[in-house]
Design a protein around this ligand. Structure first.
Ligand code: HEC
Length: 163
């Protein structure tokens, strides 16, 4: 009996859930979708995790002053709206394909993106316009980061990371 009513409620609810996210069509829409699902905002948008993702788009991707420290020193999630405004599409694709960055940036996700995905992220981020200030500069190993800071106990970053 219970199982039948669970099944019936799933039958009712699933089409409603599926209908909430329209398939993106333009590069800008696809970029918005990729940024929303691939976790970029978690680090590159200040307060995104603390506010459970309920942050207006006008505040997306402006970087964060919260630092990440470990054997690589201290890093900050960059202001992508300013960074991508400086790059034309070809420069961005070359950068993203070859990027080796310091933790906790999952640069391998950028390395693996298709041309269309990179173009979509570039188009969407630039459509937001320039805003905010550059994130603080990274600090070398052994320098205490200002607070708040995440401290991570990981192996060293690849030698070429962040160069
Ligand atoms: C877990 C946190 C985290 C996530 C998730 C994350 N980033 Fe980053 N990102 C960082 C940090 C920290 C840096 C700075 C790395 C450094 O200084 O070497 C960075 C650097 C970058 C840079 C280089 C900026 C520059 O000025 O050179 C780009 C581009 C970038 N991230 C794009 C993205 C995109 C696109 C996504 C989503 C697919 C993403 N990041 C997800 C933390 C993150």
């Amino acid at each position: 009996m219970r199982i039948t009513s669970l099944f019936l409620s799933l039958l009712f609810v699933s089409p409603l859930l599926a209908a909430t996210e329209p398939t993106p069509t333009t590069p800008v829409e696809r970029g918005r979708y990729l940024i929303a699902i691939s976790g970029c905002n978690d680090c590159h948008t200040a307060g995104y995790i603390a506010r459970s993702g309920k942050v207006p788009e006008s505040e997306w991707l402006i970087g964060d002053t919260m630092s990440w420290s470990g054997p690589w020193g201290t890093t900050y999630a960059a202001n992508l709206r300013l960074r991508l405004a400086e790059m034309d599409l070809a420069t961005w694709k070359t950068f993203a394909r070859n990027a080796v960055l310091r933790p906790p940036m999952p640069y391998w996700a950028l390395n693996h993106m298709t041309d269309d995905d990179l173009e979509a992220i570039w188009a969407f981020t630039r459509s937001l316009g320039k805003a905010g200030v550059p994130a603080p500069a990274a600090l070398p190993p052994g320098v205490d980061p200002p607070l708040p800071a995440f401290s991570l106990h990981l192996p060293p970053a690849p030698a070429s990371a962040g160069k």
